[in-house]
Each structure stands twice: as C-alpha cells, then as structure tokens.
Write a protein that binds this ligand. Structure first.
Ligand code: CAA
Length: 299
C-alpha cells in the first residue's frame, strides 16, 4: 500500500507541525479541527514557519507555495478521512477524546487505512481496543518543534502488525525523519527517560539545591543539552509534564515517578510555561530572552 493522502486531526502545536512536514514532503494533507478559527491560526503558523525556512535557505519560495497548496482544512473528519491512507491523530492528550476519535475513524476510514496517534504517553494498545483494526493502529510520536526535530518514536501496540510498522517507517523516512521502534509501555522510551529528568530538576529547585538558572546552566553547559530541563518543561507545558508523570506513576506503581509537589502547585495555580506566559521563566511573545519568574528570584 502506498500512502498519498494523510489526514491530521488537531491543529495545535503538534498537529500543525505534522501537517507542515507531511505537506512539505509531497503528501496531500487534510488538517481537521473543530473550529475554523483554530485551523486559520494553524495555517498562519505553518506559513510563518515556512517563511523562516525560506529566510534560512532551507527551502525555496516555490516549495513554500507547493507545501501550502498541499494542505486543505476541514471542520469534520467525515469530510476527509474516508479517502485517507493514513490518519495521524494529534488531538488533546485525553484518553476519552482519543477513544471517541478512533471509534469514529474505524467506522468511516477505508479498510486499508492506518490509524496513528501522536500521543506522548497514552497506551496504543488501549486506543487500538476502541477499533476493530488493532493491527493497523500505531503510535507516531513526533517531537516539538516538528519541522526541526529528527525523531519519530514509532510505538507498536500489542497487536500492531509488521506491515503497519513497515509502512509507517517508510512514511517517516519520506518525511526525512528517523523512526525508532519501541514497544507500548508507560511513557514509551522518550518520556520514560525525559520526564524523570525534568521531575528531578524540579525537585532540585524545590529542595533548594540550586536556582532555576543554575540548574539549567549545569545541564546546558555540562551535558550539552540545547535547553535546560526547566526551560524545556516550560516549552513542553507543565500541565503536559504533570500528566505524563501521572501516567508513569500509575502505570508502574513506583514512587520514583511521583510528581514533585512544586510541579503540582504550579499547574494548579495556572503557571504552565510558555503557553500561559509564565512557568519557571517569564515568556513574552516574540522575545527569546530568558527571564526567571519572580517566584524563583532569590529573596
Ligand atoms: N519550524 C521551522 N523551523 C524552526 C522552528 C519551527 N517551528 N523552530 C525552530 N526552527 C529552526 C530555525 O529556523 C533554525 O534553523 P537553522 O538551524 O537552519 O538556522 C533552527 O530551527 C534553530 O532555531 P533557533 O535558532 O530559532 O533557536 P535555537 O537554536 O534555540 O533552537 C530549538 C530551538 C530547536 C527548539 C532548540 O532549543 C532545541 O532543540 N530544544 C530542545 C527541543 C526538545 O527537546 N524537543 C523535544 C521536546 S519533548 C517532545 O516534544 C515530546 C513530548 O512528548 C513531551
């Protein structure tokens, strides 16, 4: 089976990034969201990111125009998914929402269509159980920012077939990404390793071992990480980090994954990082300057 038409569900940060790379590499992309306003915002973001690539000579103006021409937007999955060869779901990280989407996709998609989820932590096996095609359900975990990051963590559910995995590998390579196959256990590999590191850095702050900038500087300069773990947590979203840690904690029943109380407090108070304007740092739109949140300045 050769994949030509891809439907991407959800036009947020991950969804618009996935639509961007699929369209840039010649796939015909249907981008779906509930509200047209969200879709218009996504197309604007994709255009800005393509402009950035043109400015840096990563792509030509012609590729930009072609990419935008490969994307159509829809407010109903029923208007596009029936002709899809591959659906990539990047909706909210909530099992009930995903279960409803996959049940509907299973009803309306062609029998050959592969159903992938960009989930960062929800079990693929559990999502697949909402369908009658568990062999064609798989995880395609892209990393943010999608146009830049090379990895796709390909997650095999309990019943995912070799053929499905092979097709998803081929598509990932056509997107010039590097697919890595992993099995379906809590946090897969990326977040099973990343989230405990972020949680430990929050514990280091909470216990007064060091300040925000000091912790991030140790990891940036000492381990050559492009961002410190606290800055990265702000970038991912503190609510997302908390949700993934809860999946690890519940999934393994091991106290080593218990979220730091400081993280729980910050999320409860609405300090979610970049998306809310403040987390460990203050984030002003358009500014790249790192300003530590006044909450963590030494008194
Ligand atoms: N679209 C297109 N290009 C983009 C882009 C976007 N959204 N964002 C950045 N870029 C490009 C820039 O144009 C630039 O290109 P060149 O190298 O050709 O000049 C390059 O990326 C670097 O960008 P900047 O110079 O603006 O900024 P930077 O050097 O600080 O890099 C970064 C930014 C790539 C985000 C870097 O800080 C980084 O790698 N951070 C860590 C990202 C990371 O860990 N992501 C994974 C998060 S975890 C996750 O996603 C999964 C999960 O489940 C939680």
């Amino acid at each position: 089976m050769s994949v030509k038409n891809i439907t991407v569900i959800g036009s947020g940060t991950m969804g618009n990034g996935i639509a961007h790379v699929c369209a840039q590499h010649g796939y015909s992309v249907s981008l779906v969201d509930i509200a047209q306003i969200a879709l218009d915002k996504a197309v604007l973001t994709i255009t800005k990111n393509l402009d950035r690539q043109v400015q840096r000579n990563a792509i030509t103006e012609a590729v930009k125009i072609q990419t935008l021409g490969n994307i159509k937007t829809f407010t109903s999955v029923r208007d596009c998914a029936p002709t899809a060869d591959l659906v990539i779901e990047a909706a909210s990280e909530n099992f009930n929402i995903k279960e409803k989407i996959f049940r509907e996709l299973d009803e309306i998609c062609a029998p050959h269509c592969i159903l992938a989820s960009n989930t960062s932590s929800i079990s693929i096996t559990r999502i697949a159980a909402a369908t009658k095609r568990a062999d064609k359900v798989i995880g395609m975990h892209f990393m943010n920012p999608v146009p830049v990051m090379k990895l796709i963590e390909v997650i095999r559910g309990y019943a995912t077939s070799d053929t499905t995995t092979q097709i998803v590998f081929e598509v990932s390579k056509a997107l010039t990404k590097i697919p890595v196959e992993v099995n379906d256990y809590p946090g897969f590999v990326a977040n099973r390793i990343l989230m405990p590191m972020i949680n430990e850095s929050i514990y280091s702050l909470y216990e007064g071992v060091a300040g925000v900038e000091e912790i991030d500087t140790v990891m940036k300069l000492g381990m050559a990480h492009p961002m410190g773990p606290l800055q990265l947590a702000d970038f991912i979203g503190l609510d997302v980090c908390l949700a993934i840690l809860k999946v690890l904690h519940e999934g393994f029943g091991n106290p080593k994954y218990a979220p730091c109380p400081l993280l729980v407090n910050m999320v409860t108070a609405g300090y979610l990082g970049v998306k809310s304007g403040e987390g460990f740092y203050k984030h002003e739109a358009g500014s790249k300057e790192l300003i530590v949140s006044t909450m963590f300045l030494k008194k």
